[in-house]
Design a protein around this ligand. Structure first.
Ligand SMILES: Cc1cc2nc3c(=O)[nH]c(=O)nc-3n(C[C@H](O)[C@H](O)[C@H](O)COP(=O)(O)O)c2cc1C
Length: 222
C-alpha cells in the first residue's frame, strides 16, 4: 500500500533497513551472535580504544525512548585512580550485601555464580561504563518511561559491545548511590547500572547455564 498524502511538516521518508538474505537468515545470524554473549567476571587489562566504546554508545543511543527524551547518560571511566575509588566503594556496599542485607534465598540463588564481595574487575577492566538515568532532562523538563527507556538503551549497549568482540558484566553493587558522589554527577542523574567492559581474560570461565526455550518464554495466539 502506498501513501499518497503529502509529507507533513517535520517528517522525512523512512529509510527502511534491508538485511542481507532472508529475514530468517538475518534473524538467525543475530541470534547466533547474541547466543554467544555471556556475563564475564574475569577481564584482561588489554586496552580497548576509546572510539570503539564511543561507537557502541552511539549504537545504544539509537534506542527508542519515551517522547524521545533519551533519558540516559553514560559516564565512561578509564582513569585508574577513579576506578580504584569505585572499586573501594562498591566493595564496601557488597560486604554489607553479602554479610547482612541479602536474604538467604538471594545468597542461595547467587551461589552458582561464585560471586562474593571482592570485585577486582572494577580495576582490571580498561573501561567502566556507568549508566545513569535522567529523572529530568538537563534543562529541567519531564522525562517519561525512564526505566524502560534506559533499560532498552542498556540492552542495546550490551549487544553492541558484544558484537564488537568485547566482554561485559552487568554489575549492580546495591545501593549504587556512591557512583553519583564518586563521579560528581548532578542531582537529576540516578545510577542505573555499572558495566565493566574489556576483553575477557585468556583463562576466563563462566558458569554453566541453560537458557529457557521458545516454549517457555513465549505464548502465541495465531
Ligand atoms: C540487572 C542485572 C543485574 C546484575 N547484577 C550482577 C552483579 O551485581 N554481579 C554479577 O556478577 N552479575 C550480575 N548480573 C549478571 C547475571 O548474573 C547474569 O546475567 C545471569 O547470571 C545470566 O548469565 P549470562 O549473562 O552469562 O547469560 C546482573 C544481571 C542483570 C540483568
Amino acid at each position: 500500500m502506498t501513501q499518497s498524502t503529502p509529507m507533513p511538516e517535520g517528517f522525512v521518508p523512512l529509510q527502511p533497513f534491508k538485511p542481507e538474505g532472508t529475514a530468517l537468515e538475518a534473524a538467525s545470524r543475530f541470534y547466533n551472535t547474541m547466543d554467544r554473549r555471556r556475563t564475564v567476571r574475569m577481564f584482561s587489562d588489554k586496552p580497548v580504544p576509546r572510539d570503539v566504546i564511543e561507537t557502541c554508545l552511539l549504537a545504544a543511543s539509537t534506542a527508542p525512548s519515551g517522547a524521545h527524551k533519551q533519558p540516559w547518560r553514560f559516564v565512561v571511566v578509564g582513569e585508574a585512580s577513579l576506578k580504584s575509588k569505585i572499586r573501594e566503594a562498591a566493595e564496601e556496599e557488597e560486604r554489607e550485601f553479602y554479610g547482612r542485607r541479602a536474604s538467604e534465598e538471594w545468597l542461595e540463588d547467587l551461589r552458582p555464580f561464585g560471586t562474593d564481595d571482592s570485585k577486582p574487575f572494577l580495576e582490571v577492566a580498561p573501561w567502566l561504563i556507568v549508566v545513569f538515568k535522567l529523572a529530568k532532562t538537563d534543562d529541567g523538563g519531564q522525562t517519561y518511561y525512564t526505566n524502560e527507556s534506559v533499560g532498552i538503551a542498556t540492552g542495546m549497549l550490551l549487544a553492541a559491545l558484544h558484537h564488537a568482540g568485547l566482554a561485559t558484566l552487568t554489575h549492580t553493587p546495591s545501593p549504587m548511590g556512591f557512583l553519583k558522589e564518586v563521579l560528581g554527577r548532578p542531582d537529576h542523574e540516578r545510577p542505573f547500572l555499572l558495566i565493566p567492559v574489556g576483553f575477557p581474560a585468556e583463562d576466563a570461565v563462566v558458569p554453566k547455564l541453560e537458557r529457557k526455550g521458545i516454549e517457555e518464554i513465549s505464548v502465541w495466539h495465531e
